[in-house]
Design a protein around this ligand. Structure first.
Ligand code: SAH
Ligand code: SF4
Ligand code: F3S
Length: 483
């Protein structure tokens, strides 16, 4: 599932995937919960926080919603389609609730935050509406809902980071894990709903991040991905933490920037791979790039969303960089790390986008030679700057045509990038069996490319590093042989 998320190449793929968590023995708990997650990796990571909070209050996870006492949807609002998917799912749950009126249905995450108590009016079957900063209040709200009182808590916080909560790893491959390092976003990209659904940006206590990563490594994990909407603005100031009465804070320590945090996580063990997402082109620093280049185990892969290749559109989007600035960043990355993989997010058909603007995007994609991109057509979101200021004036047929051209170009670029790896040897971290055959392993190169190769009777296991020589490829996968 996460594999899909990381390698999606068109609009529908990034949201709409879902998973049901699996408790080793749900019967050790009195009650059962079922959770489905949509949206970005941070939302999936939040579901693991929610699972931990629910375990503490006597709910064990089940994969089967039909046997659950509590059914939760952790939702996404990024595009209209993401919200439609959730609405459809709720229709299915309505049928279930007719048969089992006692079951509680809760909506969590960004759509809960956006729609607030409106959800209770619109969707009669929903009992709980809980926003991303209010998960600690879930146990209390559940008790109230069990007594027949519907509950809403969508308060956003300036401090909440769930730093002290150990996530329960759901559907994990036991090799790679996601670790939230910050929450919220202070940027105001005009198309984006995230600042409204996730609130102000705040960084999580660095010590708690290091501890979580160490614990993951000690229990066999070999890769952590540090998550934030804008990781480059991570900043943890121990002095400030002392002032706000955080007992774990040590005022004698220096403030921690993202580069310092990366370095500390990388030092846990050379066997622990470190990844991060998402970088903002305006904020990624030389210090981060130099730290990456110094540590072999910090993966040589940067997701650097450009959104558009046209300066006029970038300005309307309030991205605060130009095409030239962006291209200079890409050049700097390639200069310091010639083998670094780069991927992007691209929006087709933003307000007022002309054919010429669109050509600028295609042309920038070509210049950057992206290894991979997530591509979307613009979806107007209520309350955003763009919705208030600009007309969503590009006809859907034009948006789709442009998106199609972008996807076709990316497919060509991905294939070209993979073909240039033919004959090369990569260090691959084994993540598990390949989807198509359990005679093959699937893993990733440092550039985040999926590599599939025959087990060939060897006694390697998940979490091992092996060297694989690439012998053939598709646009999405490298195929090779262990050496
Ligand atoms: N914080 C990240 C992105 C978070 S949202 C960043 O700044 O890059 C993930 C992606 O969804 C965005 O990069 C953007 O490409 C896309 N997106 C966000 N809002 C959108 C909208 N209204 N319509 C279409 N795509 C959107
Ligand atoms: Fe949205 Fe921009 Fe923040 Fe990313 S940086 S979450 S696109 S507002
Ligand atoms: Fe969606 Fe919220 Fe993430 S809107 S993309 S789940 S931050």
């Amino acid at each position: 599932m996460l594999d899909l998320m990381r390698h999606a190449t068109h609009d529908e793929n990034r949201q709409g995937e879902s998973f049901a968590p699996f408790a080793e023995d749900p019967n050790e708990y009195g009650k059962k919960f079922y959770i489905e997650s949509y949206g970005c990796q941070m939302n999936f990571a939040d579901s693991e926080i929610v699972a931990s909070i629910l375990n503490e209050s006597g709910f064990g996870a089940t994969r089967n919603y039909e046997e659950a006492d509590l059914v939760l949807l952790n939702t996404c609002s990024i595009r209209e389609k993401a919200e439609q998917t959730v609405r459809k799912r709720l229709t299915e749950f309505r049928k279930m609730k007719k048969q089992r009126p006692g079951v509680l249905v809760g909506v969590l995450g960004c759509m809960a935050e956006r729609l607030k108590s409106k959800f209770l009016e619109e969707e009669q079957l929903v009992d709980l509406v809980v926003g991303p900063d209010a998960y600690r209040s879930l146990p209390g709200l559940i008790v109230e809902a069990e007594e027949g009182q519907k509950g809403v808590n969508v308060l956003l916080s300036r401090e909440e980071t769930y730093a002290d909560i150990s996530p329960v790893r759901l559907e994990s491959n036991g090799v790679s894990a996601f670790v939230s390092i910050m929450r919220g976003c202070n940027n105001m990209c005009s198309f984006c709903v995230v600042p409204f659904t996730r609130g102000r940006e705040r960084s999580r206590d660095a010590e708690s991040i290091i501890k979580e990563c160490e614990a993951l490594f000690n229990s066999g994990y070999r890769e952590v991905t540090l998550l934030g909407q804008n990781v480059d603005s991570y900043y943890w100031d121990p002095l400030q933490a002392v002032q706000s009465q955080n007992n774990n804070a040590n005022p004698a320590q220096d403030a921690v920037t993202f580069a310092k945090l990366l370095e500390r996580v990388a030092r846990i063990s050379p066997l622990l791979r470190v990844r991060f997402s998402t970088s903002h082109p305006k904020d990624i620093t030389d210090e981060v790039l130099l730290t990456m280049s110094r540590h072999e185990n910090i993966c040589k892969y940067i997701h650097l969303p450009v959104q558009s290749g046209s300066n006029r559109i970038l300005q309307l989007m309030n991205r605060t960089y130009t095409r030239e600035w962006y291209l200079a960043k890409v050049n700097r990355i390639k200069e310091l790390m010639p083998d670094c993989g780069i991927s992007s997010d691209i929006i087709a058909g933003f307000c007022t986008e002309t054919d010429e603007d669109h050509l600028d995007t295609l042309n920038l994609m070509e210049s950057c030679g992206y290894d991979m991109s997530y591509m979307f057509f613009y979806s107007e979101r209520p309350g955003t700057l763009a919705q208030r200021r600009y007309k969503d004036d590009i006809p859907e047929s034009v948006k789709k045509k442009r998106l199609d051209e972008i996807v076709k170009l990316q497919n060509r670029l991905s294939l070209k990038s993979n073909q240039s790896d033919l004959g090369k040897t990569f260090k691959v971290l084994i993540e598990g069996d390949s989807k198509k055959s359990d005679g093959d392993w699937m893993g990733r190169s440092t550039q985040n490319k999926v590599v599939v190769f025959s087990k060939n009777g060897s006694n390697h296991k998940k979490g091992d590093y092996v060297h694989v020589k690439v012998t053939s490829c598709t646009g999405a996968t490298l195929l090779g042989e262990m050496i």
